[in-house]
Ligand binder design. Sequence first.
Ligand code: HEM
Length: 518
Amino acid sequence: MDLGFQFPSPANLLLLLCLFIIFIFSKLLLMKKKSTPGNLPPGPWKLPLIGNMHNLIGPLPPHRKLQELSATFGAVMHLQIGELSAVVVSTPSAAKQVMKTHDINSASRPHTVATEIFTYGGASISFSDYGDYWRQLRKISTLELLSNKRVSSFRSIREEACLELARGVASHVGGPAVNLTEKLFSFEYGLVSRATLGKKTEVKERLLPILREGTGLAAGFDIADVYPSVKVLQMVSGMRRRLVKLHVEADSILDEIIRDRKVDGGGTTAVKKEGEEEDDLLGVLLRMDDDGRLEIPLTTDNVKAVLVDILTAGSETSAITIDWAMSEMLRNPRILKKAQDEVRRVFDDKGYVDESKINELKYLKSIIKETLRFHPPVPILLPRKCMRKCEIDGYEIPVDTKIMVNAWAINRDPKYWEDADCFRPERFLDSLVDYKGNHFEYIPFGAGRRMCPGISFGMANVELPLAMFLYHFDWSLPDGMKHQELDMTERSGVTARRNDDLLVIPVIKRPLALPHVT
Ligand code: HEM
């Protein structure tokens, strides 16, 4: 997933502040005092120069820290982060005002040094400004790249990749614990890159470590982002230099992939023509452009920005969801057993799991929904930018304010959720609440115009591997660890993955020699 917002570590903060305080101080002295709006949302007291940066330091990940601050200062809270004005909303009704009432007004994203570099100057779906270009990309994603029909067309790719994953896990049976987290991240990247870029593997494999390092770095803190008017900070930013280096490497691999698709000169491509079965998302994109069907023609950089977007947004989020679902089941043996009983009841007549009867797995679907409530992979969604002054809960939101929606806090609001801090999949069994952006108390995929366009693809990539894990294996924790001892701490970042990798001991309960595979 592309970056949105991240807090500084104390050491980083102190070092960077010492280095640049003179620049900033002189800059601020020269600046005319701006008039501050009269009715800003409440927030913690702001220090000169750094504003509220000191309030954000600490061991808690951002969504928890913001929830803690909101409990004191209000569900619509203003923070000053260096030069940046930010508002955090933490109730369903405030989220609805951002993502429904003022949806168009807040349908752009704030830019950072990293988004500029990694998204080819804001040309990705996630980070392009609201306007004709973004609308076109969004239409292509909804109707072509990520439509239900397209997602179904990847069924055999998914089944094959899941079987390989299960075989990988089975190869550890009787040996040391399996690092399931690591396996899940490689599996999801492999699956999404196969669907996006096609079969050739060695080139894609060179991309993975670069994208991983790039998104990891980009999720970090760069002082140039919080003092955008101090241009010299951009010049001296070490993060910028590292990101540019990674971007150049990724760019040349993507160029190679796209070049391989095109026949020399002439403009004809090796992309399949209308009517032929589509193989991958790159093919779809190139063909649409080739056919002259697009109002705004896509440059090669535009295509590369979309590819990076899908590869990053599409893989980590699904891996995190499976990782947390497995962790919660391992912590709750009753839930694990109930889920296994269901999958085995539905698939025992076949002797293997495929997508034919996946919709019969009602309890598993509830587990996934509860996982997305309890551990939303993108806990503060992606930030939005206020384009024109507006009001939320009666407070003034000035133009250019960064708006963050704390979906994690909302998903656990006890006013809307009974036993909000308990993992209880049963709550979704007969519930009409869904994640499609209409119920603002449950927004793991966001809502409004900028909500996630990859829900169907993401869910398909989560359901099948989980069903296979439950069908074929029994699971326990290594070194005699008791289920209640499993550490559930989250890592800080734009995405909230497990802090420690999940290590597990699998035991085969249904053989993996599947009849539909030769
Ligand atoms: C469990 C899986 C996933 C989760 C939890 C998730 C979550 C999210 C969230 C919270 C957002 C921000 C929404 C907002 O700002 O309101 C988002 C945006 C986005 N997601 Fe996902 N996502 C998932 C899977 C995917 C997949 C599989 C893809 C594509 C292959 C994808 C592509 C995108 C894109 C392109 C955006 C940016 C949309 C825009 O700005 O217009 N996501 N996702």
